[in-house]
Ligand binder design. Sequence first.
Ligand SMILES: Cc1cc2nc3c(=O)[nH]c(=O)nc-3n(C[C@H](O)[C@H](O)[C@H](O)COP(=O)(O)OP(=O)(O)OC[C@H]3O[C@@H](n4cnc5c(N)ncnc54)[C@H](O)[C@@H]3O)c2cc1C
Length: 504
Amino acid sequence: MASHRRAVEDLDLSKLRELLSGTQAQVLTSLDPGYEASMERWSRAAIKPAGVSIVPTTSEEVAVAIKYASENNLDVAVKGGGHSTAGASSTNGGLLIDLGGMRKVDVDVAKQRLHVQGGCLWMDVDEAGWKHGLATVGGTVADTGVGGLTLGGGYGMLSGQRGLVIDNTVAATVVTSNGEINHASKTENPDLFWALNGAGQNFGVTTEFVLQAYPQKDVYMGTMIFAPTPENITKLVTAINDLYEVPAEGVHTKTKGKLNSLLGLGRPPQAGGQTVLLFIIAYDGQESKCKQLLKPILDIGPVVNTCHTGPYPEVNSQIPTVPGFRSSMKGAAYVLPIRPEFVTSMVSKYNTFMDSQPDAAQSLMAWEIYDPTEVVKKEENGCFANRGYHMNSLIMPMWSKPENDSECRQFARDVSLEFKKELEAHGQRTSEGVEGGASVKGKKGAVLLYGNYDQYDEISKDIFGDNYPRLQEIKAKYDPTNMFNKLFPIQPKPSSARIENTAA
Ligand SMILES: Cc1cc2nc3c(=O)[nH]c(=O)nc-3n(C[C@H](O)[C@H](O)[C@H](O)COP(=O)(O)OP(=O)(O)OC[C@H]3O[C@@H](n4cnc5c(N)ncnc54)[C@H](O)[C@@H]3O)c2cc1C
């Protein structure tokens, strides 16, 4: 808990119940049914006991709770989909706003826009859009929250064609720390809108996102499995490098942004405890065209190939992640060409860890592969500081016993460091960052860290890079006492602290 904020006491409970009486909001303590569900998080290691959980159904109810928390100096956390593995949506004894009661999506068919409440999961968005033949960029695992993923940038299956989630966010409604309901877009409170698009967890409770959607057809998708032999790795990686090489600044790869893939290492139960190479794809186009692109990979002869054409929402249930574990996510940046020797060395590192730690049998490691051209092109959108021709990797240990927390997290740190060395070997400029992260701290250009994956040791300046000073000014305007401080907190700029919170 931030030291200057306090835990909830009995008097707060009765006041909050009184203020919210006559509304649909629930006020839950540990004695109430529903409290435990409200504490649940995707990673069991991220659970903390809130002093009270408010489950609102409208922006107005959120505003009442936030105003009270502000006037009474309460510690506040906000839960969207609960997927932050670092506990950024939990509070120890403070007031939790659990947006799980706000999961409605309204579709404006004429404008092809999705009005998405702040507690929605991506499955809500995918299903609502698909009923009208629409889709937008969204998370690749359907039970992830729209809130945290969007406010931190957001990569998805359609990023190769449409950029980040924030590049498709048209407007938002935000309850700021003084309890006001603000609208933000390029024309209304544009400073707040800029800050929300990349550092949004710092600026209030977003109760609605308006997302641009696009006509969407069926998708060709599936998983191929290969034995992780050096020969297979070389062939697979060579084909990937060829498919995703950016020919020149601003020019699409051979995939034309339509093929999103993931190269993963895992030990699926069907493989009988053996490590396998997973190649998961989603192609927004015809099967025959995708097969042409993938010919060198299909020629390797996958031992399993589930590729088929199916409805768009299915693409976001392909990655084999399982809730209910203790888990953490550590990101790492990488650039093409991927070296086969590097992948082989990561297989060996993964095997050593998995053999020594049977509790972590579900752990995954992955290279996310997409055409980065559109993400780079849209750099005028928001404060997101990680746009570049690099891509994201993911190290995701999953285990169940608390006594294994340190060892499993250390594995993720160690692998991330190997990725950093590999970046340096490719001539990328990195700095020490914090704890050896890959950051180019405070320098212009991509920070080479994705805040939604990197919630270990990095600090806010690592994540926001050159945009940090401007974010401090906007923070002073909308959250001068730093109420929203759970994820890469931004210190409000002292000299601007008296600017009034008015519409631009
Ligand atoms: C299985 C899995 C798959 C993932 N897949 C992807 C992916 O495909 N693409 C990608 O870019 N990232 C992905 N991520 C990372 C993801 O972006 C982060 O974990 C993100 O924090 C999840 O958001 P959430 O709302 O579920 O999390 P929460 O834990 O609820 O929230 C995370 C942070 O956002 C804040 N927050 C959430 N909602 C709101 C809101 N409405 N208003 C204000 N603050 C809010 C919380 O307070 C907290 O600080 C994935 C993560 C996991 C665990």
